[in-house]
Write a protein that binds this ligand. Structure first.
Ligand code: 3UK
Length: 520
């Protein structure tokens, strides 16, 4: 068992496989419930046995060290056993967003050359659309039942529960997540085995103060590192349990019933989720939330009024921290007993920060600068994206794309992005992608998408649209355009408002001036 009490990669042995985070629990608490899900509860021993079966089944399919295995599943026991089965044999687990469209999966599975995909049955149709374009994808294993496919259950049924972990180096890669950028293809972000115990120690233990008696529940799904870290890796690192919810996060009442039923002590959500929960009538009378001792928010900035409203309603503190897939998890954070609502909190051991101007010089205290971070859980590059990698990974320092200022007491305040990217409900939305979808609608001549805050002070996409001749402005057309976006993209990317305009503000060279629209 590995202990990284101080943090720091040298606390880990060179040979390290992060399946340790599951297996460390087999010594003292093998029969403790590790996982609560709608479908089943599992002890650490049961998860470990099933993960070993998955590992053996993957080997039987010929999966070798360093090869990629896609996981396209709802939050479930199968997600977890597939993840640990994959990393244990030295392969690389791709946590795939379940909300995407065929062409996006085609890119991700093609880019990583995944040989195996473990997929939830209802998501299979989307993959079938693009299967012909994925020559490297040799095997699809279905969680559930589908004619003509091997089911997960039969796939692992006869496999042994014994499996020797691959003797991986702590710097070997073990996971891949795709994150979106302003333009172009999603960015493949790879993490190494070492990043898992380090981030668990540096934030999960040292900042959040997780302990064995905790039970975590995250609305953020396991395919986001916010979810994997917060709701799987960190609790298991300290021997705590995790609650998984397979359903859509948007339905606040479902989320609240999970808290009521499984009694977690730690709750992770994005700001939008807290706002949605607060909108539920008689929230605290209808749902028993008293098991919770702490709440966490990340993905986008948590406005101070929302923090206070939650505190007033539930009596609970929310710990806001900024994290990123590149760093795996949170790297600036409020902490229990030291919270400044509205801010991202303060730096903590393991990450150094710098705010610089456009020439790279540090800005004076109080002024806004571009945030750079130096820490030992950072990934090293974007897969197959040399130019973008060089812009982001600057030696030891990582350019976050976030603007910040520091107040007189040392708290960090998010001051927007240095690109046009939007965080909507904690998930990336590229205005360029929404615009190119809108422009493909026959009524749209030109458009521009910017972020606008809603009644809870949270950013949502808004589209300014000019129409082609022969089309007239109407509420119906506004609805049509929003529906059209929902069909063509993941629904969370749709504009929430459409404003028709005569023309869009442009530079002399014809470039749309998004900042003018933001100001309007
Ligand atoms: C923004 C925030 C203000 C910020 C993430 C916790 O969000 C996560 O990762 P992503 O790669 O996005 C990173 C970007 O999101 N952001 C995140 N948290 C905050 N802005 N306040 C916050 N609290 O622009 C950042 O660069 O999707 C969050 C843990 C793991 C994660 N991957």
């Amino acid at each position: 068992m590995v202990n990284t009490t101080q943090g720091g990669v040298n606390m880990l042995p060179q040979r390290y496989n992060c399946v340790d985070i599951l297996e460390r629990n087999l010594i003292q608490r093998a029969d403790k419930v590790a996982l609560y899900t709608d479908a089943r509860s599992m002890t650490f021993r049961e998860v470990s046995n099933e993960a070993n079966r998955v590992g053996n089944a993957l080997k039987r399919l010929g999966v070798r060290f360093g090869e990629y295995v896609g996981i396209l599943c709802y939050d479930s026991a199968e997600w977890v056993t597939s993840f640990f089965g994959t990393v244990k044999i030295g392969a690389i687990a791709i946590g795939l967003n379940t909300l995407l469209k065929g062409h996006e999966y085609e890119y991700m599975l093609g880019d990583s050359r995944a040989r195996v995909l473990i997929i939830q049955e209802p998501l299979l149709d989307t993959i079938e659309e693009v299967r012909a374009n994925l020559p490297h994808l040799e095997h699809i294993i279905v969680v559930g039942q589908r004619e003509g496919y091997v089911s997960y259950e039969e796939w692992i049924a006869d496999e042994s529960i014994e499996l020797q972990a691959e003797n991986t180096h702590r710097d070997d890669f073990c996971s891949l997540n795709y994150s979106s950028g302003t333009t172009g293809e999603p960015k493949g972000i790879i993490h190494a085995h070492k990043d898992y115990p380090l981030t668990a120690q540096l934030w999960g233990v040292n900042v959040l103060g997780l302990r064995e008696s905790d039970r975590t529940f995250a609305v953020a799904k396991l395919f986001f590192t916010f979810g994997t870290g917060g709701n799987l890796i960190f609790p298991w690192y300290v021997g705590a349990s995790s609650v998984l919810y397979a359903g859509p996060p948007r339905i606040a009442t479902n989320v609240l019933s999970i808290i009521d039923r499984f009694k977690p002590t730690i709750f992770y959500n994005a700001p939008t989720g807290y706002a949605a929960a607060l909108a539920v009538e008689k929230l605290t009378e209808r749902y028993e939330l008293s098991s919770l001792r702490l709440c966490v928010s990340a993905g986008e900035a948590l406005p101070a009024p929302l923090w206070h409203a939650w505190k007033e309603k539930t009596g609970l503190d929310i710990i806001d921290g900024i994290g990123s897939t590149e760093n795996y998890h949170i790297f600036i954070s409020n902490r229990p007993g030291d919270i400044r609502p509205g801010s991202s909190g303060k730096p903590f051991e393991g990450y150094e920060l710098k705010l610089v101007d456009s020439d790279g010089n540090e800005v004076p205290r109080g002024e806004i600068g571009n945030l750079l971070v130096r820490g030992e859980t950072a990934s090293l590059f974007y897969l197959h994206q040399y130019e973008k990698s060089r812009q982001t990974f600057r030696g030891e320092w990582l350019f976050t794309g976030d603007k910040y200022h520091i107040d007189e007491d040392g708290y960090y305040w998010h001051a927007g992005r240095s690109d046009d990217m939007l965080k909507v409900g904690g998930i990336w939305v590229s205005p360029v992608e929404v615009e190119s979808t809108l422009i493909s609608h026959p009524a749209v001549l030109e458009c521009a998408v910017v972020g606008q805050v809603d009644e809870a002070d949270l950013v949502k996409p808004k589209a300014f649209v000019t129409l082609r001749e022969g089309h007239t402005r109407s509420a119906e057309l506004q609805r049509d355009l929003i529906e059209y976006c929902k069909e063509k993209m993941a629904a969370y990317k749709r504009p929430r408002w459409i404003e028709f305009v005569d023309e869009l503000p442009k530079t002399a060279t014809g470039k749309i001036q998004r900042f003018k629209l933001r100001e309007s």
